[in-house]
Design a protein around this ligand. Structure first.
Ligand SMILES: [Zn+2]
Length: 1001
């Protein structure tokens, strides 16, 4: 309705108002009954209760609690400060007003209770992972002032532990009978109407708990914990309150339990509490200094372990460790990812580079098919880096301090003959909650009680230090820690995946261009704080329920907004960097464009077809060569060495050829032939079609957004309903293309433009899908004429191989896997790679490479993926190995398009800031150093899996070069030699190196 140019404010001010509609509009905006899907009431909210208490003077000497029970999560505020969380699900329903009422104490107390309209696990209807129900009602069922009978409570805990010992230790164990008979005797001496009989009963229990273990008993390191998902069944905003509620309760428990330790991860959550609850944060800082509130993990959030790029994973640690050092004076020594859905084989090297040699998780206990063979072991990554790894053998990060869990920890421990120590993490988790007094009281009785493992409060450092000492017998696991479950999370919420890949690219490009601008002009203001802000948004969205797509719709909306912000701010920062870097070459505002400036942010020279604005304002194509990490002015457009030809055959098929590859497409857009030009070697398997879409039924057992089960493979239906047959859309020359449309499933449509550019070794598939399915899984398949028992998949700064067969249960359990920008199937001398710009799910079975495109789960987001999608993938046949054929570089090229900007002149010498002499080495990152504004950090990795030596050449005014770790701390006293050819670097397979380059001012 807004006409062009009119300010929205003015238009609104000029409107007539109808009193009734205006009134009702506002009423509906706050209504609890109507339009709650879009009004204020329907948003996540809290409400407040004022509680005025008068404690009767007759209760002098008694312990007085305020008891509150509600099905929403509560927080008690007193004197303007949060003092304790109250959650029924987290077994916290009472706030201690006084442990022994004195006359001098105030008997009238005013409290406020802030109540959230969600439980620990959000506000789903029916099952836990159901989408939030905006009409769900939350009630307060109890608000009382009570006298707490501590003697009875202690007796109850005594009897619980004795009964558990009697039941769980088994009839072959005499301790079981000793515990049982002691409990029986306690019932005999206990007169419930006479508290004077309680001490005798307690003495009987104490006698059992006081009988000590022998030296060999297993030792349990108990640590308070509270896993808080940074967003999941609730939005980010609610997580801030969850942190405060959970952590303030921990502080209260620490005050009265001097032995309690609490392990806490995710710098982002500390940062939230720091900015929203500064009073609470100051108390936390005190307990951190005392070594009892223990920051762990070293990352910004507990991120997904598969999908973030190598650089993004480095930034998780860089942002996290720098935060911990700045706030608490030390970095974390343990990486902590108890709940994430699998762990990349590159992580050990990244951890080592960030000052971490220890890792804790337990998620592999969720494996559907194979039991992981270790609980304490060395984990070795693709480069050979090793880290000491511990899985709490109780298979949980949210234990309750019960006898059963302690016994399971020993019984289940697969390495108990090798090491004698295990972790137990206790405290309600996922939605927060944390430890309770009762958990502590249970474990007090198990400190050293004959028959039970020794249970002592500990810290990750104490546990890992003793494991390190005992590590001589430990086994080693090489390669990825693949989770045999949740394999749908590589595909669910395709817009989040696309946002992640795109924003990783945007921040890469902004950093490269800004660093080059800084190097060329030291007065350039490198946008360090803006980049930190944008990186933190991206890193937050990599949380292990957001990037995997296992979150509610409200979280998806937040995540997409953050990506939009990165795109917006990133575009502006890029423009500023380009302006500074090559301002005199750019077209002035009113001036006339004489040429086109082409910028390349990748570390190799590229010759590609780009689209630019021609003299008449129309889009025109041009073939351009851009130097590595630099720019050139597009001169007289290069003629293609061989133009693309596109020919429609009589049978409706289309052939395309560019002198590099030749393809034949049928009317449904399927590849019936794919060859290298001038070669008879066919890449498509005999009698098969590649670029074949297939739709599968996708109904998992429970975890809808998370899981795709093996049986979905039995429901494959090829997509063959043609809406619009293949038509040529670009006739050839610099670019040829053809388009077609298909119906997918009941009501979805897919339109694809198949594009072949001059000189390009791959053919691109620009795809648009109107997706309206329910519980379906769309993939595209490439049956190829290649035989190999292993396929290769790109991961962070490297690649892994996985089998193409199902010999063993370990092979079969990987029926759906993840990859980054490319996957490849090669035999000696020939292979085919599939590249993509925003997909992560993949598989290779036999000779069929499949890329997973879209899913349609309904929980916890009923609207997941029901929208329009745009994505691109490509297929690349090659001679030789994928390394020698440049598959890695091609996948980068597809993901990092050249930038074309109108220029004021038609000529200038091409300029390259960096180049690398070895094709095995990728220069991934160029950024300003965190602590040295006059230096840049460059990060390179060996990508072929080879030992390589390379020269890093730079035209920047570099005065000193130093190897540094991933936290940018110098690794050696001596700088690297600056030679004529640049800096000489040697790499072992998949090694990542960072170099600090000091610039002349
Ligand atoms: Zn989690």
């Amino acid at each position: 309705m807004r006409s062009g140019g009119a300010a929205p404010g003015m238009a609104a001010g000029a409107m007539l108002k109808h009193r009734r509609t205006a009134l009702e509009r506002v009423e509906k905006f706050v209504s609890a009954a109507y339009f709650t899907d879009c009004n204020l009431r329907g948003r996540w909210e809290t409400c407040w209760f004022k509680v005025e208490l008068s404690i009767p003077p007759a209760w002098a000497g008694r312990e007085v609690h305020f008891v509150w029970e509600s099905d929403g999560e509560g927080m008690v505020w007193r004197d303007g400060q949060p003092v304790q969380g109250l959650t029924k699900e987290g077994e916290k329903t009472s706030y201690i007003l006084t442990s022994c009422l004195k006359e001098s104490e105030p008997h009238s107390v005013t409290l406020y209770v802030e109540l959230a309209c969600n439980g620990l696990f959000g506000a789903g209807k029916g099952t836990m992972i159901a989408p939030p129900d905006p009409n769900r009602r939350f009630t307060v069922s109890k608000a009382e002032l009570v006298v707490f009978n501590r003697d009875v409570y202690e007796l109850l805990v005594d009897l619980e532990i004795l009964l558990d010992m009697a039941r769980l230790l088994g009839e072959e164990n005499q301790r079981s009978f000793q515990a049982l008979y002691a409990a029986n005797q306690m019932v005999n001496v206990c007169d419930v109407t006479d508290p004077a009989t309680f001490p005798a009963a307690r003495d009987l229990a104490a006698a059992i708990f006081g009988q000590r273990n022998g030296e060999s008993q297993h030792s349990i390191h108990a640590m308070g914990h509270c896993h808080i998902d940074s967003a999941w069944l609730w939005p980010y905003e609610e997580t801030i309150r969850k942190c405060a509620r959970s952590w303030v309760t921990v502080i209260r428990l620490m005050e009265s339990n001097p032995e309690l330790t609490f392990v806490c991860s995710q710098a982002q959550q500390f940062e939230w509490v720091r900015s929203w609850y500064p009073g609470l944060y100051a108390q936390i800082q005190d307990y951190v200094a005392k070594g009892r509130f223990v920051p762990v993990g070293g990352t910004w959030v507990e991120m997904d372990g598969n999908l973030p790029s190598g650089e993004a994973m480095v930034r998780q640690f860089l942002q996290g460790q720098r935060f911990f050092r700045e706030q608490f004076g030390r970095i974390c020594s343990e990486f902590w990812l108890p709940d994430t859905f699998g762990y990349s084989a590159q992580l050990p090297q990244l951890m080592r580079g960030c000052g971490i040699g220890r890792f804790l998780t337990q998620k592999l206990s969720w494996n559907l098919v194979n039991a992981f063979p270790h609980h304490t072991f060395f984990w070795e990554g693709i480069d050979g880096s090793r880290v000491l790894t511990h899985f709490p053998p109780g298979d949980s990060y949210g234990m309750l301090g019960r006898v059963e869990e302690m016994l399971k920890t020993v019984k289940n421990n697969k390495d108990k003959g090798r090491v004698n120590h295990s972790a137990v993490l206790f405290g309600f988790g996922d939605g927060g909650g944390g430890p309770t007094q009762k958990m502590l009281d249970r474990m007090k009785r198990m400190r050293d009680t004959d028959g039970l493992p020794r249970v002592q409060m500990s810290t990750p450092d104490r546990l890992f230090s003793v494991l390190e000492k005992e590590s001589s017998q430990l086994c080693t696991w090489v390669g990825e820690l693949f989770l045999e479950l949740h394999n749908g999370t590589y595909t669910t919420q395709a817009q989040i995946k696309k946002g992640n890949r795109e924003c990783e690219r945007i921040l890469h490009d902004v950093e490269v261009l800004s660093a080059l601008a800084l190097a060329q002009d030291s007065s350039f203001q490198y946008p360090a704080s803006q980049l930190q802000r944008l990186w933190r948004l991206l890193l937050l969205n990599q949380f292990h329920d957001v990037l995997p797509g296992s979150c509610i719709q409200l979280v998806v909306e937040d995540a997409l907004q953050y990506y939009a912000e990165i795109r917006r701010a990133g575009a502006q920062l890029q423009e500023e960097a380009v302006q500074s870097l090559c301002g005199d070459l750019l077209q002035p505002e009113s001036g006339h464009a004489e040429g086109t400036l082409v910028l390349n942010t990748l570390p190799w020279e590229r010759t590609e077809v780009i689209s630019r604005t021609g003299p008449a304002g129309a889009e025109v194509l041009a073939l351009v060569t851009a130097p590595s990490m630099g720019y050139a002015i597009l001169r007289e457009p290069l003629p293609p060495p061989q133009p693309v030809t596109v020919v429609k055959q009589e049978d409706g098929s289309v052939t395309m050829e560019n002198g590099v590859i030749a393809v034949c497409l049928d009317a449904m857009g399927r590849l019936t032939s794919l060859r290298l030009a001038h070669s008879e070697r066919e890449a498509v398997a005999d009698g098969c079609c590649a670029n074949q879409f297939a739709l599968f039924d996708d109904v998992p057992l429970y975890w809808d957004a998370w899981d795709v089960m093996d049986y979905h493979l039995e429901t494959r239906k090829p997509v063959t309903t043609l809406l619009k047959p293949l038509e040529i859309t670009l006739a050839g020359g610099l670019r040829g293309s053809a388009s077609f449309s298909l119906r997918v499933g009941k009501s979805s449509t897919l339109t694809q433009e198949i594009v072949l550019d001059a000189t390009c070794p791959y053919i691109r598939f620009l795809t648009q899908v109107e997706w309206k399915e329910s519980h379906k899984f769309l993939k595209v398949e490439f049956p190829v004429q290649v035989r190999s028992t292993n396929a290769t998949y790109e991961i962070q700064f490297g690649h892994v191989q996985r089998p193409t067969h199902w010999n063993t249960s370990w092979d079969w359990a990987r029926f759906e896997v993840w990859a980054h920008k490319w996957m490849d199937l090669s035999e000696h001398g020939f292979g085919v790679a599939v590249l993509n710009d925003s997909k992560y799910g993949a598989s290779a079975r036999g000779n069929v490479l499949s890329l997973s495109l879209l899913r349609a789960p309904k929980s916890p987001d009923a609207t997941a993926d029901i929208t329009q999608h745009h994505f691109t993938y490509a297929v690349l046949p090659h001679r030789g190995s994928f390394q020698d054929a440049g598959v890695i570089q091609c996948a980068y090229n597809l993901n990092f398009p050249l930038h074309a900007v109108p220029a004021s002149c038609a000529q200038c010498p091409a300029w390259s800031a960096f180049s690398v002499s070895s094709p095995a080495v990728v220069l991934e990152t160029v950024k300003q150093a965190e602590d040295r504004p006059d230096a840049v950090v460059v990060r390179l990795y060996e990508a072929h899996g080879s030992t390589a030596v390379t020269w890093l050449r730079s035209s920047l005014p570099v005065t000193e070069a130093m190897l540094c770790d991933l936290l940018e701390q110098p690794l050696a006293k001596e700088p690297l030699a600056l030679e004529q050819q640049g800096v000489r670097l040697s790499f072992t397979p998949f090694q990542v190196l960072s170099i600090l380059l000091v610039l002349r001012q």
